[in-house]
Design a protein around this ligand. Structure first.
Ligand SMILES: C[S@@+](CC[C@H](N)C(=O)[O-])C[C@H]1O[C@@H](n2cnc3c(N)ncnc32)[C@H](O)[C@@H]1O
Length: 454
């Protein structure tokens, strides 16, 4: 039995315990907090993240498998539940590790929990599950199990296509980069990274996008190219947003909900570092990170503004050529990398978020000059946060007309969208907004819509 795997799994269990106890909202907060402490610097980070993410992503399925053998599953202490979840996940997904090793390691760990009172139960349950792995694998081949409220919504939208979505959500997230074209092109960046044994393949659209084929997040952040601001780690669908806003050098652009600057820095690139971007967020901590990113990437046109964007900001009235509203949302498009989204949301949280989105959007429309363009985007695809927000906005804010974004999409992207039944429905209904579903490009899901002020 390899001692280091046992240590790794004990670490994972601490993270899962913190997550399921609700001590942190997001899973990445739980593992980042943990990895930050100096004792854990040598941890096999990627394996740890993969296993934590896998357990949370499949926990509805893992729990129902465990429940088959443990009718009193709900009454078990949380650490024992997590130990069984983790070992079951390994039995089903880590086919390279012999089943006996997985079971023995779990039993060994259980001896240190609750005076070993649950060791026999852990042993018997996992041996039963190990004996029926083939049967369970068939269930898991269907993809991630969505909570009923989300399954019903997406089924209504997608019908049979939902099968492809949930299968795609089960896959690990793809790491995408955006070359900072103020410093380097995608081909040149790929070449520089290859010297560090990182393989990143330039994509056709956007021209600055790359998909990482070899190398992980932590390796990338340590490179000289990262420190020199030659790239930003950003999902592919997010990279479409700045292009669809079409900012021009010399213009005034306002971004509402700028966070740490993923889209802000992209807007600055497209503006060739000329003009002005007012980057608004209510979280000061994120604005500090934005400042670091802007400096790292050699950008000089960003003015951070710490404000609550659900209230009007009178001094910005009719000042902007373009406005981007990147609103807080449930993140249902990001389940591949943020599986906690499956558990932290329900119809109530969606309604609360939709209210914030509506207020941010209605206020932001006032910042546009006549003839200016505004984009609203969210990395989710629930009705409440997308089309219902659009409907409310259009009823309440006059003098705006929807822009047909399809014409701004490059042929490759358009072709893929046109292949989907969902796109045909949107076009038939003259909806004009764009829905990127996670299986189209192995990216996050995203909703984008745009208006022009008359
Ligand atoms: C989707 S995230 C932004 C991501 C960012 N634009 C990027 O591309 O990296 C939404 C942002 O909205 C901010 N936010 C939430 N509520 C807000 C409010 N009432 N006023 C201003 N910003 C808010 C959050 O702090 C968060 O950074």
């Amino acid at each position: 039995m390899k001692q280091e795997f046992i240590v790794l799994k004990r670490d994972i269990l601490k993270i899962l315990d913190a997550f399921y106890q609700g001590k942190v909202q997001r899973l990445d907060q739980a593992y980042n907090l943990y990895l930050k402490s100096s004792r854990n610097r040598g941890t096999d980070k990627e394996n740890l993240i993969r296993l934590c993410r896998g357990v949370v992503k499949h926990s509805l399925q893992l729990d129902s498998i465990c429940r088959t053998f443990l009718p009193k599953w709900e009454k078990l202490p949380l650490s024992i539940q997590n130990l069984l979840r983790l070992a079951t996940f390994q039995l089903l997904f880590n086919v390279s590790t012999p089943k006996g090793v997985v079971v023995n390691e779990a039993v060994e760990i259980s001896k240190g929990l609750y005076a070993g009172n649950f060791s026999a139960l852990v042993n018997a349950t996992l041996r039963n599950i190990a004996g029926q792995v083939d049967q369970y694998l068939k269930i898991l081949e269907g993809g991630v199990e969505l909570p009923p409220w989300l399954h019903e919504q997406w089924m209504n939208k997608l019908g049979k296509e939902l099968e492809n979505v949930v299968k795609s959500l089960a896959l690990p997230p793809v790491l995408f980069l955006r070359a900072n074209t103020l410093k380097v092109g995608a081909d040149q960046l790929a070449h520089l990274l290859s010297k560090r044994d990182i393989e990143a393949e330039p994509l056709l659209f956007p021209p600055e996008a790359l998909a990482v084929k070899k190398g992980d997040y932590h390796e990338l952040c340590k490179t000289q190219e990262y420190r020199n601001g030659m790239f930003y780690i950003q999902d592919l669908s997010s990279q479409l947003v700045a292009h669809l806003l079409q900012p021009q050098p010399g213009e005034v652009v306002i971004e509402v909900g700028c966070g740490s600057g993923g889209k802000t820095t992209h807007l600055a690139q497209l503006m060739q570092n000329q003009g002005e971007i007012i980057a608004i967020d209510k979280q000061k901590e994120l604005l500090k990170q934005l400042f670091k990113n802007v400096q790292r990437m050699g950008i000089e046109i960003v003015k951070p503004l710490s404000r609550d964007a659900t209230s009007p900001i009178p001094e910005l009235k009719e000042t902007a050529d373009r406005v981007l509203v990147d609103a807080p949302c449930s993140g249902c498009g990001t389940i591949r990398k943020n599986p906690e989204v499956l558990f932290r949301n329900n119809q109530q949280t969606l309604r609360r978020l939709a209210e914030v989105q509506k207020q941010m959007l209605c206020n932001a429309a006032n910042y546009l000059k006549k003839g200016g363009t505004m984009v609203y985007c969210v990395c989710t695809l629930t009705d409440e946060e997308t089309w219902e927000v659009v409907e409310f906005f259009e009823k309440n804010v006059p003098n705006l007309e929807k822009v047909n974004l399809e014409i701004y999409l490059p042929e490759g992207i358009r072709k893929r969208l046109r292949n989907s039944e969902r796109w045909k429905v949107l076009v038939e209904n003259k909806q004009k907004g764009i829905e990127i579903w996670p299986h189209y490009f192995s990216s996050d899901g995203l909703f984008i819509v745009a208006w022009r002020k008359r």
